[in-house]
Design a protein around this ligand. Structure first.
Ligand code: NDP
Length: 234
């Protein structure tokens, strides 16, 4: 059966790779985008995850096109890096609002129809730094660590209803987000990765596809590192 899937931030980077991977596996995929154009070949819905009204409208459009959403990937995320003494309060709260509260808005909207279906898959895209910490990223690391507690609590709430909730913690992935780092910073990170290289977004996408599949039927509340050994399983 073709499943209805929604991926937030699915117009580029890791989210786009996840959307393509799930579409190739046979799912009917809707992706959210904030600006620009939706990606070719995928059903795009405009949505800013900092707005509950936007999130609701995105689900309504995905539901109208593909039916009740069975798989949700909360992937949309931002960084606003700076050391804590220089970090304005809004620099902290903006990152939390997008990365953590955004995932809350998306998961909350997803859950009721999944409860009616008595099945569902929720995947939250966290980060290795949510567990290891990262200087200059107190806001980002807090948001990504928050997803672990959020996801595990939700996994406990929904387990008896056939809905799984899992967290994927990527390491250093080649996307626009990491392209802003200069070559010296990138080289320093690469040196600390046992596999000695950045990940391609597709390497994260394949793990999400697995967690969303029947093969992962007995996995919930897990945090799966996809980090080349950077966090050593945390
Ligand atoms: P990109 O910067 O390439 O893409 C970010 C995506 O999130 C875009 O689609 C963007 O939409 C969307 N987005 C950002 N803010 C909002 C918002 N308020 N509402 C809706 N969509 C939004 O990032 P990556 O692909 O690298 O990252 C994807 C996820 O993976 C993020 O959660 C990130 O934290 C996480 N991650 C990334 C790692 C990496 O090394 N790249 C490592 C670990 C985790 P738009 O294009 O419209 O702005």
């Amino acid at each position: 059966m073709v499943r209805s899937v929604l991926v937030t931030g699915g117009n580029r980077g890791i989210g786009l790779a996840i959307a393509r991977e799930l579409a190739a596996a046979g799912d009917a995929v809707a992706v959210t985008y904030r600006s620009g154009e939706p990606p070719e070949g995928l059903f795009g819905v405009r949505c800013d995850v900092t707005s509950s009204a936007d999130v609701d409208a995105a689900f309504e459009k995905a539901e109208a096109e593909h039916g009740p959403v069975e798989v949700v990937v909360a992937n949309a995320g931002i960084t606003k890096d700076t050391l804590l003494p220089m970090m304005k309060e809004e620099t902290f709260t903006d990152v939390i609002d997008t990365n953590l509260t955004g995932a809350y808005r998306v998961a909350k909207r997803a859950v009721r129809p999944m409860l009616r279906l008595r099945r569902g898959r929720i995947v939250l895209i966290s980060s290795v730094v949510g567990l290891s910490g990262s200087a200059g990223q107190t806001n980002y690391a807090a948001s990504k660590a928050g997803l672990v507690g959020f996801g595990r609590s939700l996994a406990r709430e929904l387990g008896s209803r056939g809905i799984t909730v899992n967290v994927v913690a990527p390491g250093f992935v080649e996307t626009d987000m990491t392209a802003v780092l200069d070559e010296a910073q990138q080289e320093q990170i690469r040196k600390s990765i046992p596999l000695g290289r950045q990940a391609q977004a597709e390497e994260v996408a394949r793990v999400v596809r697995f967690l969303a599949s029947d093969d992962a039927s007995y996995i919930t509340g897990a945090v799966i590192p996809v980090d080349g050994g950077l966090g050593m399983g945390h």
